[in-house]
Write a protein that binds this ligand. Structure first.
Ligand code: NDP
Ligand SMILES: Nc1nc(O)c(N)c(N[C@@H]2O[C@H](COP(=O)(O)O)[C@@H](O)[C@H]2O)n1
Length: 263
């Protein structure tokens, strides 16, 4: 069993993930979540549940610190009002905070969201513990709406969407590459996890998702939000576990997508 250090990234993460925030031109994509034993990531109506114990939560903050950006869907932003920071790690390490990225095709982002209000009200923390929230929306959103959110302090990036109105997962490497980001940690929620796991390949034929890091907490949620939405459990990629670690009460699995493992 490992208790992660607050001054050094857990060795198993350093071994398998982009500690140096990736050096190649191909952005590294990690998909991660915390789940219960009955494969739920939140309670009824999307109510946030603290699944991770202190040890695995610290690991998640190390994982965040190892990526250039943290990406979530807009529902998670609205339901959880997350910080997406690395505040469990000591500030003396002077780690650059990861860039918050929100997938929000219709620009439903509430200007009251904590990641924006803290950016606006704590100017001395900018670049230290806080980065400006970047929101990726559809290029069909009227310019006036985009400008209005930019005036509130966010950066809005307009991109083409797919027939479902989603930001196409296969376009993400290109989108983040153009933004100068070399690695992205996708934290959820359920719909975003599902579309990214289902999109098996990049345009060059390589796997879209390089790493999957799952925290399994020894608890049952019962009714709630599944890792992927109901009915979307077909067509998920074969995973190969490259490391399992017990952290406090939780198990943390590091996996890769291995298409050749599929029967
Ligand atoms: N335990 C854990 O580790 C985590 C749990 N959660 C939980 O997840 C829940 C929210 O999940 P969920 O409701 O599924 O919502 P998501 O957070 O996955 O957001 C989904 C929305 O993102 C937009 N979107 C843009 N591009 C895409 C794309 N490619 N694929 C999917 N969606 C896209 C859509 O917005 P639009 O509808 O406007 O088109 C869509 O409805 C919350 O309850 C939260 O607590 C979240 C993160 C981690
Ligand atoms: N690793 C992990 N464990 C849990 O138990 C969780 N509920 C989550 N949720 C994710 O973390 C976000 C909240 O982040 P902050 O604490 O505000 O930094 C939440 O929105 C989910 O993405 N993760």
């Amino acid at each position: 069993m490992t208790t992660p250090s607050s001054t050094e990234a857990p060795g198993f993460l350093a071994q398998h993930l982009p500690l140096d925030k990736a050096t190649t031109s191909r952005p590294h994509i990690t998909v991660t979540w915390a789940q219960s034993l009955d494969s739920k990531i939140a309670g009824v109506g999307g109510k946030r549940v603290i699944l991770s114990g202190p040890e695995s939560m610290l690991m998640t903050h190390w994982l965040r610190s190892m990526h250039d950006a943290i990406l979530i869907g807009v529902n998670t932003l609205i339901l959880d009002d997350p910080r997406l920071q690395i505040n469990l790690l000591p500030s003396s390490l002077n780690l650059r905070p990861p860039q918050p990225l929100i997938l929000d095709p219709h620009l439903r982002f509430p200007p009251t969201a904590r990641i924006l209000s803290e950016w606006n009200t704590k100017p001395l923390e900018r670049g230290k513990t806080l980065l400006q929230p970047w929101i990726i929306c559809s290029d069909q959103v009227p310019l006036s709406q985009r400008t209005s959110l930019e005036e509130e302090g966010a950066r809005v990036i307009a991109v083409k969407v797919d027939e479902k109105g989603h930001i196409p997962p296969s376009d993400l490497p290109d989108i983040v590459g153009k933004l100068g980001l070399k690695s992205v940690m996708i934290e959820g929620g359920s719909k975003v996890l599902s579309t990214f796991l289902h999109q098996r390949q990049r345009e060059d034929g390589s796997v879209l998702v390089d790493s999957v890091v799952v925290t399994v907490a020894p608890m049952f949620i019962g009714q709630g939000v599944g890792v992927v939405p109901e009915g979307e459990d077909k067509g998920l990629p074969p995973l190969r576990t490259v490391h399992t670690e017990t952290m406090g009460k939780d198990a943390v699995m590091v996996c890769t997508v291995n298409e050749e493992d599929e029967e």
